[in-house]
Design a protein around this ligand. Structure first.
Ligand SMILES: Nc1ncnc2c1ncn2[C@@H]1O[C@H](COP(=O)(O)OP(=O)(O)OP(=O)(O)O)[C@@H](O)[C@H]1O
Length: 556
């Protein structure tokens, strides 16, 4: 085993768990591998086919990721190919079923659509294992559920006696159970490594996403860059449900990215789209905002003479590949991206990952921040959130029809919110979230443990806010009680007699945003709860509006 490791990969020893997992696969046993980002899971399915001289079939969620892996394996002298919608070489199918490949990657959709005769021929030639990478996608309780993943169990009927291997960096106990059940694993060997990435510093700050904040952020980044290495800035992930509006923005952003125009035109377009869409569908507004956010940062970096690239799911293939190439070859120092960028990124010297906006789950956060410090050197993960990030649950739930899945999405966002508002060790919270036993109470490498967060007694202010919510009947959300505290004499306050409440005007010393932050903390700690969930946004959107926006943009 060691000689194959050395010969093909150049490493002299295995990392924890790798050897045991490979041995169990060679013995024909199903395996579930849950190990940290960057811990070396891929090797667990890449070595058995080289020892057995039989093809390993690997399910992978992204074509770009498969292409990267196939290319890097080929460079090591390993015979690898992929099957997916972009595979234009028909000969690959014949080569694949003849069993000459060491590794055959495919998307779950492809795996489920291949004919029985393909599987029979490949089986006759020899299959060493069937691996499902990013196996958390199988579970509705996982953070990236994909229904095609759930259908993979159907392949069991063809692949009798072939070891199934599920691999993921993020799986709570519920998700692990879902994976083993769904893949019909019998008595699997389960390897669960530590999720602790000791070299990563975790920090969180609240922010108001304004242009002046973006400038401050760029200042911070310049400091990190002085030490060498690269930085990834993630703008909040949002599923692109509004193809049309995104398409318009993409056209603008790609054009924009390649030309030194000012933001003004773009801002006008965005504003117009924003005004027109916000009344009809929240998702359209969000999709616009996220790309606009990336543009703001991109522009600020440019002004600061920092070499930056942009990447988002709605850019054309070529533009994305070029951005990716510039980043991996260190021709730009910073990548400003949506989470469309990153799965399978194995760049060792990413020194800093910044989230500009809270991710939709802690699983996503762990995976995205995990792209930093893969060479084991000290690296930094900052998360900047604003209170609005926690109100996006309805948007995230948008496409899901399953009650369980919607519930899981809500729970995930609440966990991410809790993480942002912690006043105890962040690493401990993260590790415990993934079910790890933690002995320490302070890790010494997060903002809380390093004391960059000042502790302050806010019981008086909390009582004021709670009292005000209670006295005003508890049915107005946060804004009205805050207005009362700040002594507003707005019409609805006078009409309801709230100006007579004892709390009226007692909270003048703090800004509305400060009170909202405090409300957020009380919500996250469960001191106050939101009883009624917002109704889903109106589904109706007249296509004429999009056409109008499109024409308007073309004109200006
Ligand atoms: N035994 C080893 N010795 C040294 N380096 C290793 C070893 N095994 C794997 N690596 C290297 O560690 C890096 C991360 O490996 P890999 O991409 O498999 O991680 P992963 O667990 O799949 O991470 P992720 O979940 O983030 O995709 C790679 O560059 C890989 O070559």
């Amino acid at each position: 085993m060691e000689s194959v490791l050395k010969r093909y990969f150049g490493y002299s020893q295995f990392r924890p768990y790798q050897k045991e997992i490979i041995q169990h696969i060679l013995d024909g046993r199903d395996c579930l591998v849950v190990m940290a980002t960057g811990s070396g899971k891929s090797l667990c399915y890449q070595i058995p086919p080289l020892l057995r001289r039989k093809t390993a079939v690997v399910i992978s969620p992204l074509i770009a990721l498969m292409q990267d892996q196939v290319m890097s394996l080929k460079q090591r002298g390993i015979k690898a190919e992929y099957l997916g919608s972009t595979q234009t070489h028909q000969t690959v199918y014949f080569v694949a079923e003849s069993g000459v490949l060491d590794l055959l990657y495919m998307t779950p959709e492809k795996a489920c659509s291949l004919s029985q005769s393909f599987w029979r021929k490949l089986l006759d030639s020899g299959i060493s294992l069937f691996a499902v990478d990013e196996a958390h996608c199988i579970s509705e309780w996982g953070h990236d559920f994909r229904k095609e993943y759930k259908q993979l169990h159907a392949l069991r009927q063809y692949l009798l006696d072939i070891p199934f291997v599920g691999l993921t960096a993020t799986a709570t106990e519920k998700v692990r159970k879902d994976i083993t059940n769904s893949l019909k694993m019998s008595n699997p060997y389960i390897a669960i490594g530590s999720f602790n990435r000791e070299n990563l510093f975790y920090g969180v700050k609240s922010c108001h996403c304004t242009l002046s904040f973006v400038d401050a952020l760029v200042g911070e980044i310049s400091k990190h860059l002085a030490g060498g290495g690269s930085t990834i800035i993630y703008c909040t992930t949002i599923k692109d449900t509004e193809q049309v509006s995104c398409y318009m923005i993409t056209m603008n952003s790609e054009h924009y990215a390649n030309s030194p125009r000012t933001l003004t035109q773009y801002e006008i377009c965005c504003l117009l789209c924003f005004i027109l869409t916000i009344n009809f569908r929240i998702s359209a507004e969000m999709s616009l905002k996220i790309i606009y956010q990336s543009l703001q940062i991109f522009e600020a970096l440019r002004n600061a003479k920092i070499k930056a690239s942009m990447y988002h799911g709605q850019m054309g293939n070529k533009a994305r590949q070029e951005s990716h190439r510039l980043f991996t070859r260190d021709e730009v120092q910073v990548m400003v991206a949506t989470v469309a960028f990153g799965m399978g990124i194995d760049k060792p010297n990413v020194r800093c990952v910044i989230h500009y906006g809270c991710p939709k789950s802690l699983e996503s956060y762990y995976q995205e921040s995990g792209r930093c410090g893969r060479d084991g050197l000290a690296s930094i993960c900052w998360l900047y959130y604003s209170r609005r990030d926690f109100t996006k649950a309805d948007f995230y739930c948008g496409e899901s029809n399953s009650v369980n899945h919607r519930k899981a999405i809500m729970e995930s966002l609440m966990a991410a919110e809790k993480y942002c508002l912690l006043s105890t060790c962040r690493r401990k919270f993260l590790l415990q979230y993934f079910g790890e036993q933690v002995q320490f109470s302070s890790c010494g490498n997060c903002d809380v443990c390093l004391g960059s967060q000042r502790e302050r007694d806010l019981s008086r202010e909390s009582f004021l806010l709670l009292g005000c919510i209670h006295s005003s009947g508890g049915r107005w959300g946060l804004n009205l009680p805050i207005d009362i505290l700040r002594g507003s004499r707005a019409k609805r306050i006078i009409e309801n007699g709230f100006d007579k409440l004892p709390q009226h005007g007692l909270g003048k010393d703090y800004s509305p945003n400060w009170w909202k932050e405090l409300g957020g903390v009380l919500l996250a700690h469960g001191t106050i709860t939101v009883k009624k969930y917002l109704p889903r946004p109106v589904e109706f959107f007249h296509p004429c509006l999009f056409i109008f926006i499109y024409i308007y943009i073309t004109i200006i």
